[in-house]
Design a binder for this molecule. Structure first.
Ligand code: HEC
Ligand code: HEC
Length: 350
């Protein structure tokens, strides 16, 4: 409804006002009080029917009101050090909930070392980041907020939130008190648990609708299984949530040690969490360091068995051969995991 229809709402309401004999200039004395902020409260989304139940922390139960509040905070740049970044700035719909950059750039223009991962079905994970160093969404959100991503002093940012009457009212309703850093990350995390992908063309096909995808997609799924991509990109989440070295970035002068940093096990050197393949057609550049620009190249690299190095997971990833047709179908299959993205920016309280 961007363009003005000849019978625009303004014209219509003027006409109605005239017919009713109501003077539109009649309300001049004293500004009317600013209308109170009304959050858009939506029902909680359906969980994945094809996966085990999402684990919700006991101290952070989900309510539609909390999720609505978390959604606003997820989109609110006032949480960052310089007002330049919200969580959404690096997890965008049009980029498959990533930022489209090889490696992310945080608030205050801080260059980060890794690519923004997608957030689809993130509530089903139990370890976060490419190396899994964070044990809950709440902890991850706090780290992103304080760290290079948002660069914030959380006490200062919390005071900013408490100065907004629309937020104050919602924190009162949801938490029975004012905003605190912990409550802010709890609300954001509750919202993140609603970022669910389970209704792609692929899912509709698997649920029985033979017309949901093309023949190429169906053949491509067979190729995916034949090449044993599902050794790691497993199940409906398309990730085993485990860590594997597939060789990306190992040829760098100082390679990113990945999972080793968490476990200090030598074999975890250069291992990263298997990314989901949901929305993969939109989430390039690919891999933890954004080193590969196109999906075709990324798939070729994986079919080729990754990049040889001392810690390569040769048990799960073997060098394979695929015909051009098989590759084409495999790419078509990956395209059927493209998600309809509903993460729209809500009106924020001023
Ligand atoms: C400047 C860009 C940027 C901003 C802003 C940002 N993120 Fe991220 N996000 C990233 C990057 C990069 C990573 C991966 C970092 C790593 O693995 O070391 C990440 C990782 C994550 C993960 C882990 C995903 C997984 O697969 O384990 C979650 C969840 C997440 N971000 C949520 C958030 C939330 C919530 C906010 C706001 C508080 C936020 N992000 C703000 C760039 C950003
Ligand atoms: C050994 C487990 C394993 C197997 C088998 C495997 N992958 Fe992966 N895949 C990974 C890991 C781990 C990454 C992330 C590596 C990194 O960024 O360092 C990845 C990344 C990807 C990416 C880039 C994802 C992103 O978000 O950047 C694509 C695309 C991909 N794999 C497709 C495939 C295909 C197609 C196959 C089968 C030919 C396959 N993978 C087999 C573990 C695996």
């Amino acid at each position: 409804m961007r363009s003005m229809h000849p019978l625009s709402p303004v014209v219509i309401s003027l006409a109605i006002g005239f017919l009713l004999g109501v003077s539109l200039t009649g309300c001049a004395p004293g500004e009317p009080p600013a209308p109170e902020y009304q959050p858009e409260i939506l029902p909680l989304p359906e969980q994945l029917a094809t996966y085990e139940e999402m684990k919700i922390p006991e101290d952070n139960p989900m309510t539609p009101e909390k999720v609505a509040l978390g959604r606003q905070l997820f989109f609110d740049k006032r949480l960052s050090a310089d007002g330049s970044r919200s969580c959404y700035s690096c997890h965008l719909c049009e980029n498959g909930l990533t930022d489209g950059l090889p490696t992310a750039i945080g608030a205050l223009n801080k260059k980060l070392t890794r690519a923004s991962p997608t957030l689809w079905n993130i509530g089903y994970h139990s370890e976060f980041y490419w190396d899994g160093r964070s044990g809950s969404l709440e902890k991850q959100a706090m780290a992103a907020w304080k760290g290079g991503n948002m660069g914030a002093d959380v006490e200062v940012a919390t005071a900013t939130i408490n100065a907004v009457s629309g937020y104050r009212a919602q924190f009162q309703t949801v938490f029975g008190g004012e905003a605190t850093p912990e409550r802010i990350v709890q609300a954001i995390s509750a919202f993140e648990r609603t970022i669910i992908s389970g209704n792609t063309p692929f899912d509709r096909w698997r649920a029985g609708d033979e017309t949901a995808v093309s023949e190429e997609v169906k053949k491509g799924y067979e190729v995916f299984k034949k090449l044993e991509c599902d050794n790691c990109h497993d199940g409906v989440l398309f990730t085993d949530m485990q860590y594997h070295n597939v060789g990306i970035g190992m040829d760098a002068e100082k390679p990113d040690i990945g999972r080793f940093k968490v476990t200090e096990k030598e074999e975890d050197t250069g291992a990263f969490k298997t990314p989901t393949l949901r929305d993969i057609a939109k989430s390039g550049p690919y891999f933890h360091n954004g080193s590969v620009a196109t999906l075709e190249e990324a798939v070729d690299l994986m079919i080729g068995g990754g990049k040889p190095n001392k810690y390569l997971d040769r048990t799960n990833l073997k060098k394979r051969k695929a015909t051009d047709d098989e590759k084409k179908n495999l790419i078509a299959f990956l395209g059927s995991l493209t998600n309809d993205c509903q993460l729209t920016e809500p009106k924020l309280p001023e």
